[in-house]
Design a protein around this ligand. Structure first.
Ligand code: ADE
Length: 246
């Protein structure tokens, strides 16, 4: 997968050089290219923002540098990328959306600073590219860069070959399958007793069927306790069917 990121803080993306995503890049599974938005300004101050029409606090990102930057990146392409603009007013970014993005050959991110990007940029590219305005949660960040890091990590780990154990993806909270819609339950490793706390004996039983049922039960309990709104959305009949499968 190719990922392009246009930002006034390309250095913000240094974390993409380490750990799982860094390794995926070294293996050639992920090709990340960073671009400085200011390279597409034409004044000596390399200005990217201006005061909002209609008044109000803060500054708005000017459309011209964004237009030139996006055009330049897209021109290098054989097929147009999916353009992702992180914003608290976007559609929620979920595991479903991560799975959808993981199928794309190319993502282009346009993270904004200040009060956001002049809306005409979204009007322009909403017509010519597949544009997605996405929010990573109901809170306001200082800019979209941290949201891009979150999205690239969530999508990158889903790419074939990135995770050593493909099962980790299907066991994820929110992943489709037997655990769909459920939060992951507790996990344990050695030693069997630590500071008087024991590992649940069933996990040491070697009975794989009983362990799978216990894990699903734990996942259901945790979902009901921590995310009642998710538990309420679970489809009873699908749950019963999945119960018979485990
Ligand atoms: N930019 C600022 N806040 C954001 C959020 N919650 N999600 C995505 N982009 C953002």
């Amino acid at each position: 997968m190719r990922v392009d990121i246009i930002s006034i803080f390309p250095e913000y993306f240094a974390p993409l050089e380490v750990s799982l995503i860094g390794k995926a890049r070294h293996k050639g599974l992920l090709d990340v290219r960073l671009h400085q938005l200011r390279d597409w300004t034409r004044d000596v101050h390399r200005t990217v923002d201006d005061t909002p029409y209609g008044g109000g606090p803060g500054m708005v990102m000017k459309p011209e540098p964004w237009g030139e930057a996006i055009d330049a990146v897209v021109a290098a392409a054989s097929a147009p990328p999916r353009l992702i603009v992180p914003t608290p007013s976007g559609r929620p970014f979920t595991q479903q959306v991560a799975l959808e993005y993981a199928k794309e050959p190319w993502l282009l991110f346009a993270p904004a600073r200040y009060e956001g990007i002049d809306s005409r940029v979204m009007a322009e590219y909403g017509a010519s590219l597949r544009l997605d305005e996405v929010s990573i949660g109901d809170y306001v960040l200082a800019g979209g860069e941290a949201a891009v890091l979150v999205i690239v990590e969530a999508v990158g780990r889903l790419l074939p070959g990135v995770l050593g154990n493909a099962g980790s993806v299907t066991d994820d909270s929110f992943a489709p399958g037997a655990m769909e819609g459920l939060l992951e339950g507790p996990v344990y490793t050695k030693p069997p007793v630590w500071r008087g706390h024991e590992v649940p004996p069933i996990l040491l039983s070697g009975n794989h069927g009983a362990i799978a049922r216990w894990r699903r039960d734990q996942a259901l309990r945790r979902t009901a306790a921590k995310r009642p709104e998710l538990a309420a959305r679970l489809d009873r009949r699908a749950l019963d069917r999945r119960d018979r499968e485990v």
